[in-house]
Write a protein that binds this ligand. Structure first.
Ligand SMILES: Cc1cc2nc3c(=O)[nH]c(=O)nc-3n(C[C@H](O)[C@H](O)[C@H](O)COP(=O)(O)OP(=O)(O)OC[C@H]3O[C@@H](n4cnc5c(N)ncnc54)[C@H](O)[C@@H]3O)c2cc1C
Length: 406
């Protein structure tokens, strides 16, 4: 039985492990964190296309039940004017819309499914380097442990050491100019927002929120910030971030200041990076999946869904194409154009989110966005994001997944 070493137990790692196991591989997951992280940083949008992959792992319904279905997003101006509503899923099909779920719940569901399938997950295993021979690939971990396999899959996120092994000249992630913050709150009297998320182009920062039926608020903010230094950002306390946010949003309409007033707990504070084009996704016995080879900023709400699509696609290629190099090449050919198109789409959104100091700039944006958003609600221009379907049973060879290259 061929054996795969999977590095990383975020989204792409356990999903790849599950599909490879289904294809008859022996798999083991190695995760740098010392223990499973039940919080794992906020929440994310599981898009229709990602839910379609989770469906094939038997996890879709569970995640919908644990999440907040949000087939629509309503945009607001800083003066409290509704700019328009856009679908968060295929146009005119709200029943196939996306779902917002706590990241920890998604991680836990995938991890539990892997454990139920008998896939070992070793925590506290930080990959440091990789060595390859004709016959095997060996992973070396920070604690001195090593492991050997036929293939190593780097699902180790945007800072991936696997990517650097594949190509020491691979590009580094690029900072978007935005810092992401967010958390949870209970605001007395704030009504639930069934079926929707709300986004506000605030005067000095971008803000998003939803209210679950039980009154729990999920919120996030993207602030325009010069620093991309992760360590410096991490040294800012939650209280300091909240004080900054309360000031930035003080003049924005209800319920934004009220949400920030009641926000408690961790608020993150991470630079929003992306990785638009990685020329090489594999070399020898090593291949990358998910953010390791194409990180998109959260603005598209697609990072986790792309990671899930990679997982099923790579496993199908390794199942159906006997030659390993050919399987890796086909996997990259099937995935790269779509992943890069999604990163570009998110970059275009980020340009709108970055705050312009000019009043004229705000006025032009608020005048233009309703026209753009009115069109967006009814047309199908973003359906390529959501209708991409990768079918496990379909043979990888000679098959073109989903709706064309994108
Ligand atoms: C705050 C935030 C909000 C987001 N919102 C959304 C959203 O709304 N919708 C969406 O789809 N996506 C969103 N994303 C992006 C999404 O989370 C990622 O695209 C997705 O998690 C990628 O999955 P992954 O498995 O490739 O990487 P990750 O989830 O980052 O997992 C990588 C794993 O590898 C481990 N690791 C790293 N280095 C090593 C090493 N050396 N050795 C061993 N293990 C290692 C890490 O600890 C981690 O567990 C958001 C991201 C952030 C940060």
């Amino acid at each position: 039985m061929p054996r795969a070493l999977i590095i990383g137990s975020g989204v792409a790692g356990p999903a790849t492990a599950l599909f490879l196991r289904r294809a008859g591989w022996e798999v083991e997951i190695f995760e740098a964190a010392d223990e499973p992280d039940g919080y794992a940083g906020l929440f994310l949008n599981l898009a229709t296309n990602g839910l379609a992959v989770l469906d094939q792992l038997g996890l879709r319904e569970r995640l919908i039940a644990a999440g907040h279905p949000a087939p629509e997003m309503t945009m607001w101006s800083s003066s409290g004017k509704a700019l328009g509503t856009v679908p968060n899923g295929p146009a005119r099909e709200p029943e196939r819309g996306s779902v917002v779920v706590r990241r920890g719940i998604l991680h836990q569901a995938l991890r539990q499914a892997a454990q139920e399938a008998g896939i070992p997950i070793t925590f506290g295993a930080r990959l440091e380097r990789i060595e390859e021979t004709e016959a095997t690939v060996r992973a070396f971990f920070a604690d001195g442990r090593t492991a050997a396999g036929d293939v190593l899959v780097g699902a180790d996120g945007v800072g991936s050491p696997t990517r650097r092994h594949i190509d020491p000249h691979s590009p580094a992630p690029v900072y978007s100019g935005l810092v992401g913050l967010g958390g949870f709150a209970h605001v007395p009297g704030l009504a639930p927002t069934p079926g929707a998320q709300h986004m506000l182009f605030g005067r000095r920062s971008f803000f998003g929120w939803l209210v679950r039926d039980d009154g729990e608020v999920y919120w996030f903010a993207n602030i325009t910030h010069p620093a991309a230094d992760r360590a410096a950002l991490r040294s800012v306390s939650a209280e300091e971030w909240l004080a900054t946010l309360r000031e930035l949003h003080a003049d924005d309409p209800y319920p934004v200041p009220q949400i920030l007033e009641h926000a408690t707990g961790d608020v993150g504070g991470y630079p929003i990076d992306d990785l638009a084009h990685v020329p090489r996704w594999s070399s020898g016995r090593v291949v990358g999946v998910g953010d390791a080879v194409h990180a998109t900023s959260p603005s598209a709400g697609q990072g986790a869904s792309l990671a899930l699509e990679d997982a099923i696609t790579l496993a199908r290629c390794l199942r159906d194409i006997p030659d390993r190099s050919a399987a890796f090449a086909e996997y990259q050919r099937l995935r790269q154009p779509r992943a890069e198109a999604v990163v570009g789409y998110a970059q275009a959104i980020n340009r709108q989110k970055r705050v312009t100091r000019s009043r004229l700039g705000i006025a032009i944006r608020d005048a233009m966005l309703p026209m753009f958003l009115r069109k967006a609600r009814d047309d199908t221009r973003n359906d390529w994001l959501y209708n991409h379907h990768v079918e496990w049973e379909a043979p990888a060879v000679g098959h073109r997944s989903g709706s064309g290259a994108r």
